[in-house]
Each structure stands twice: as structure tokens, then as C-alpha cells.
Design a protein around this ligand. Structure first.
Ligand code: APR
Ligand code: PHB
Length: 377
């Protein structure tokens, strides 16, 4: 087998990269370890930055997102029993976010894919020097020769470990996780609420006008709570009576910050969760993956036009944005979670009051939340 770009991983990063290449007449093969139903139904993030929305439009896949997505022009920060709105519209000159589940983005991209997308591949091995990817599909072993490999196989994939000798890792683990639920009821508010409470952080989000998504800060190894205990704790931390409904899904996610540098070795380029992880406070994971592949697709297009300088600069350009987003996610996380000693908690309140009280700080939050523009070079 032979292709131009071998893409390992059919999550949002790999699928969007495949789409961007297809539109440029560049061949690719996407190799995905899971089956189609699994990747389409896995509940993940749900906030699309303005630039991600624009990218979905650019690749011709915005229709369902605009029909079903919910446009939000602000978020609420809640502490000491009071809510404070951060007005994106006023603070960012009309920018906004759109609530549209990651798995919906994945469905739209899979639906549109015409070029090879192989599900349930196993024994994937990458050779960044050849370059080539070997794998097993439907019981047969294959070798895929290519010009470039895109490592889009997420945090637990094989691409980053394959080049570990060439990487430096920067990492922070947090002493807590998020207990997340998806429930059949109307959201408690029209916009997202990020709540800081002495008992821990809570977040109210949604997937549609009738499906709520909520999170509670918990111990990283927390045994999953009963539904009743979750609802009571949500009421307590928001200081509100939240709507209740049938719980469709619940799970605990650990929280970490992680960056591997550089995002390249020989002819293997990493993108998305394969290269970096942010804690979910601020909803940057999916959007950062999209920013990476946008940059990478343009660099690959230039490479086939005879100019390899974009590929050479890919890692350093991507990392500039990655670190900006790392800082924002760490800042939101440390401002809102129960963390540190009593002194630290007093500092948090001072910081929160300043953030909602100062136009400069509110603007910084709003600009980072709606997201930085994607760079093509
Ligand atoms: N071979 C092929 N595919 C693999 C392999 C492998 N060895 N290992 C993992 N995969 C697949 C996973 O099954 C998954 O579908 O790679 C895909 C990686 O997708 P994601 O983990 O979703 O990562 P990414 O595409 O970078 O998306 C960014 O941002 O919102 C966050 O974590 C959230 O998934 C989201 C991410
Ligand atoms: C979500 O809806 O899943 C969500 C929203 C905001 C976040 C994280 C997750 O910061």
C-alpha cells in the first residue's frame, strides 16, 4: 500500500486533517483502532471556539452544527453565592462559542470522508524514517508506505511513545478529577456556569436544550457516586436547585497538563492529544487539536508545492499556541478548584473578584475563552 500522508488516529484531529488534505487534492489513509460506533458515541468535549466553527464551515461541514449547535455569547463565573457574567459579545467584538458535541463533529467528518478510513486496525507501528506504518486489518498484516506520517492517535496512542527518545515532556498532574454526568433534563441556565465553592469546583454545561452535562471536582480515584448524591452536591455547589433527570452516563476523568516537545521527529508529525493535554477547565482540548491540524495541513500543502519550510517550522509554531492555551487552562483550573491551603483559597477569591470586576481581566478571559485565531503559517 502507498499513500501521501498516513494518518494514525481517527479522532477529531486525524479526521479534520484528512478532510483538509482531501480538499487540497492530497491523498491520505486514516487508521483508527476502534470501531465506527465507538468513536461516534464516545461522550467527550462540547465547546467549539469561534475558529473551530469557522473551520467546520471552511471544510463544508457547518450545516448540522449551525442547525443544532447552541451559540453562547457569555459564561457565568459563580462564587460566594453569586453569579457574574463574562460578556463575550461586548468584550471580544462579537465573538462567541458554539455548544456542539465532539462526537457530532466526528460524525460529520466520518460521513464526509471518501478516501480510505480503516476502523479496528491493530498492531500499529510507525517508522518515522522510512517513513511507513505497519498494521493489521481484518486479520491481514499491511505495510503502508508514505511521504509523511501524522500522529493523531491521542494521549494513549503509539506515535508519541515511538519517538519518546527525541522528546522532552513537561507535565503537571492535579490532585483531583472531574466526575461528569450526562442527563436528560433542561440545563439549569442558558449559558455555562463555572462555580467555585469551598467543597470544590462545579460546572454546568449542556448538549442541547433537553440534555444537561455537569461536572463536579472529585478525588482522582473517586468511586462513582449515586445519582442522588451527585444531584444534591450540584445543588450545594451552585447554590441553586438544578433541574434533575435520568442520568444517561457518568464517569470520572483525571486532570493533567502535558506537553511533549518537539511535535515532530523525522517524517512523523504529532497533533492534538498525542502531543499535549490540558485540564478541561476552559474547554481547550478539541480546539487546540483543530488548531494543530489547520497549521499542519497548510504546511503539508506547501511541502507538495515544493516548499518544506512550513513543515520544518510546524512544531515551534504549533507549540507557541499550545503554551498560550496551557497557561489559560492552568489559570482557569487553579482559580476555580479547591486546591492548596487556606491562604491559597483567600487568594483565589481575591483573584476571582478582580477577574469579574476588572474590564481588562474579563477581556483577557473572554478572548482566551472564545479562542485565539488559527494560524496557517
Ligand atoms: N492506532 C490507531 N488509532 C489509535 C491508536 C492506534 N495505536 N491509539 C489510539 N487511536 C485512536 C483513538 O481510538 C482515537 O479515536 O486515535 C484517536 C485519537 O482521538 P482523540 O483521543 O479524540 O484525540 P484528538 O483527535 O487529538 O482530539 C482532541 O481534545 O477534547 C479533547 O480529549 C478530547 O478527544 C479530544 C481531544
Ligand atoms: C462540556 O460541555 O463537556 C464542557 C464544557 C466546558 C468545559 C469542559 C467541558 O470547560
Amino acid at each position: 500500500m502507498r499513500t501521501q500522508v498516513a494518518i494514525v488516529g481517527g479522532g477529531p484531529a486525524g479526521l479534520m486533517l484528512g478532510r483538509l488534505l482531501e480538499l487540497r487534492g492530497i491523498e491520505s489513509v486514516i487508521l483508527e483502532a476502534r470501531d465506527r460506533a465507538y468513536v461516534q458515541h464516545r461522550v467527550r468535549a462540547g465547546v467549539l471556539e469561534q475558529a473551530t466553527v469557522e473551520l467546520m464551515d471552511e471544510v463544508g461541514l457547518g450545516a448540522r452544527m449551525h442547525a443544532q449547535g447552541l451559540v453562547h455569547r457569555g459564561v457565568e463565573l459563580r462564587f460566594e453565592g453569586e453569579g457574574h457574567r463574562i460578556d463575550f459579545d461586548a468584550l471580544t467584538g462579537g465573538r462567541a462559542i458554539t455548544i456542539y458535541g465532539q462526537q457530532e463533529v466526528v460524525k460529520d467528518l466520518i460521513e464526509a470522508r471518501r478516501a480510505p478510513l480503516l476502523f479496528e486496525v491493530s498492531d500499529v507501528r510507525v517508522d518515522p524514517v522510512a517513513p511507513a506504518v505497519s498494521f493489521v486489518h481484518e486479520g491481514a498484516a499491511h505495510e503502508l508506505r508514505c511521504d509523511l506520517i501524522a500522529g493523531c492517535d491521542g494521549f494513549h496512542g503509539v506515535c508519541r511513545p515511538a519517538i519518546a527518545h527525541a522528546l522532552t515532556v513537561y507535565e503537571r498532574e492535579y490532585p483531583f478529577g472531574w466526575l461528569g454526568i450526562l442527563a436528560e433534563c433542561a440545563p439549569v441556565s442558558e449559558e455555562l456556569i463555572y462555580a467555585r465553592h469551598e467543597r470544590g469546583f462545579a460546572l454546568a454545561s449542556m448538549r442541547s436544550p433537553s440534555v444537561t452535562r455537569m461536572y463536579l471536582q472529585c478525588a482522582p480515584d473517586e468511586p462513582v457516586w449515586t445519582d442522588a448524591a451527585i444531584w444534591d452536591e450540584l445543588d450545594r455547589r451552585f447554590g441553586l436547585r438544578v433541574n434533575r433527570g435520568r442520568v444517561l452516563e457518568k464517569s470520572v476523568t483525571p486532570m493533567r497538563s502535558f506537553v511533549a516537545e518537539p511535535m515532530q521527529f523525522e517524517r512523523l508529525y504529532l497533533a492534538g492529544d498525542a502531543a499535549h493535554i490540558v485540564p478541561p477547565t476552559g474547554a481547550k482540548g478539541l480546539n487546540t487539536a483543530m488548531a494543530d491540524v489547520y497549521l499542519l495541513a497548510h504546511a503539508i500543502e506547501a511541502f507538495y508545492g515544493g516548499d518544506g519550510s512550513g513543515l520544518d517550522a510546524y512544531s515551534s509554531r504549533a507549540l507557541e499556541r499550545v503554551w498560550r492555551v496551557q497557561h489559560f487552562s492552568w489559570w482557569m483550573t487553579s482559580m476555580l478548584h479547591r486546591i492548596g491551603d487556606a491562604f491559597q483559597l483567600r487568594l483565589q477569591l481575591a483573584q476571582l473578584r478582580e477577574t469579574v470586576g476588572s474590564r481588562a481581566l474579563s477581556t483577557a478571559l473572554a478572548e482566551n475563552y472564545v479562542g485565539l485565531p488559527f494560524r496557517a503559517a
